[in-house]
Design a protein around this ligand. Structure first.
Ligand SMILES: Cc1cc2nc3c(=O)[nH]c(=O)nc-3n(C[C@H](O)[C@H](O)[C@H](O)COP(=O)(O)O)c2cc1C
Length: 142
C-alpha cells in the first residue's frame, strides 16, 4: 500500500505522531509517498497514494467547543474520490466530538474514510500502534 500523510501541527505532537505512523507503516513494507501540511499539500504525494492519512490537533476550551484545528483547510484538498482515507487527532484532555468532525470533513473530499482515532499527546507511541492496528483491520474487512 502507498500512503500520503497530511498534517496540521502547532507544537509538534501531531507531526511526531504522523512520523511515527509513517515509520511504523514503512516497517510493515508500506510506501509513504510524502508528508505535507494540510494547508499546503503535496499534490503529487496524494496522487500517488492509495490511502490518505489526515492528522490534526484538538482546539477548544478543553471541556467545550472542541474542534479539529484548521478543519476548513480540508475542503481545499484536491478531490480524493477513489482513494481511501483515515484520520487521527491529537489532544490533551478531552477532544469532544472533534474526531467525528474531522472524519466528516475528510469524507467530503470524496475519499472513502475507513476510520479515525484520537491520539492522546502523552501516549503517542501506544496510540499510534493502536491507530495502525485498527487501520489494518479496517482495510482487511473493507
Ligand atoms: C489553543 C489551544 C487549545 C487547545 N484546546 C484543547 C481542547 O479543547 N481539548 C484538548 O484535549 N486539548 C486541547 N489542546 C491541546 C492540543 O490539542 C494538544 O496539545 C495537541 O497535541 C497539539 O498538537 P500539536 O503539538 O501538533 O500542535 C489545545 C491546545 C491549544 C494550543
Amino acid at each position: 500500500m502507498k500512503a500520503a500523510l497530511l498534517v496540521e501541527s502547532l507544537t509538534g505532537n501531531t507531526w511526531k505522531a504522523a512520523e511515527m505512523i509513517g515509520d511504523k507503516l514503512q516497517q510493515d513494507r508500506w510506501t509513504i509517498t510524502g508528508m505535507s501540511k494540510v494547508g499546503n499539500p503535496d499534490h503529487a504525494s496524494i496522487q500517488r497514494a492509495d490511502l490518505v492519512l489526515v492528522g490534526t490537533w484538538t482546539h477548544g476550551l478543553f471541556v467545550v467547543g472542541q474542534a479539529p484545528w484548521a478543519v476548513g483547510n480540508i475542503a481545499n484538498l484536491p478531490a480524493m474520490r477513489g482513494k481511501r482515507a483515515a484520520c487521527f487527532l491529537t489532544f490533551a484532555l478531552n477532544a469532544g466530538t472533534s474526531i467525528d468532525k474531522l472524519t466528516t470533513a475528510v469524507g467530503q473530499t470524496g475519499a472513502d474514510v475507513v476510520g479515525g482515532l484520537e491520539i492522546k499527546r502523552n501516549h503517542l507511541d501506544e496510540h499510534t500502534d493502536l491507530f495502525i492496528e485498527r487501520l489494518l483491520g479496517a482495510l482487511e474487512s473493507a
